[in-house]
Write a protein that binds this ligand. Structure first.
Ligand code: FES
Ligand code: FES
Length: 182
C-alpha cells in the first residue's frame, strides 16, 4: 500500500506492507532511529511518538494507520531556536542514564506541558506511567519535567513583559522615542 506520512513536518511517501508497524516504518524506512523498540508486549513505552499531537506507542500502530497523519519523533523536538525545554531539562537534571527510554519520555513530557504547563509531581508521574525506565528510578525524570515547566513559565513571563512594537510608550519618552523633560 502507498502511504504518505508527515514526520516532523516533512511528508514521506512510501509503499509498505499492511502489517508494517509504525515503529519499524520510522526506524527502517525513514532512518529515524531515535524512536526505540524495547519490547514485544507494548509495555515499555520506548517507542512513543506524537501522532496528531497525542502520545502513541508506535509499536501498536500500523504504518498504514498513520497515512495522512502528523507524526513527531524525538528528532523533531529540536527546532531552529535550539533544544526544546524538555531536552534541556533532561540534560540539566540528569534525567537519563542509558538513554533508551528517553525519547519516549521526552515526547510524552512535551505533550504533558503542552496541555498542562504547571503539572504537579503526581501529574507528571501519571502522564509517564505507561513508560518504563530501568536506570533512573524516575526521580530525575520527574525533576527534568519540572525544570522544563519552570523554565518555560519563566520564558513566557519575560516575553509577556516585553512591550510589543507599537505598544505603550515608556512614560519617560514621547511617541517619537525622544526623551521627555520632566
Ligand atoms: S516497544 Fe515497548 S511499548 Fe512499544
Ligand atoms: S535511562 Fe536507561 S532505561 Fe531510562
Amino acid at each position: 500500500m502507498e502511504i504518505t506520512v508527515t514526520v516532523n513536518g516533512q511528508p514521506y511517501t512510501r509503499s509498505v506492507e499492511p502489517r508494517l508497524l509504525l515503529v519499524h516504518f520510522l526506524r527502517d524506512e525513514l532512518g529515524l532511529t531515535g524512536t526505540h523498540w524495547g519490547c514485544d508486549t507494548s509495555n515499555c513505552g520506548a517507542c512513543v511518538v506524537l501522532m496528531d499531537g497525542a502520545p502513541v506507542k508506535s509499536c501498536t500502530v500500523l504504518a498504514v494507520m498513520a497515512d495522512r497523519h502528523d507524526i513527531r519523533t524525538v528528532e523533531g523536538l529540536e527546532t531552529s531556536h535550539g533544544l526544546d525545554a524538555v531536552q534541556e531539562g533532561f540534560r540539566a537534571e540528569h534525567g537519563l542514564q542509558c538513554g533508551f527510554c528517553t525519547p519516549g519520555m521526552m515526547l510524552t513530557s512535551r505533550w504533558l506541558l503542552d496541555h498542562n504547563p504547571t503539572p504537579s509531581e503526581d501529574e507528571i508521574r501519571e502522564a509517564l506511567s505507561g513508560q518504563l525506565c530501568r536506570c533512573t528510578g524516575y526521580e530525575n525524570i520527574v525533576r527534568s519535567v519540572r525544570w522544563a515547566a519552570e523554565h518555560e513559565a519563566a520564558a513566557t513571563a519575560v516575553s509577556d513583559a516585553i512591550p510589543e512594537q507599537g505598544g505603550p510608550t515608556p512614560a519617560h519618552q514621547n511617541r517619537s522615542g525622544s526623551e521627555v523633560q520632566t
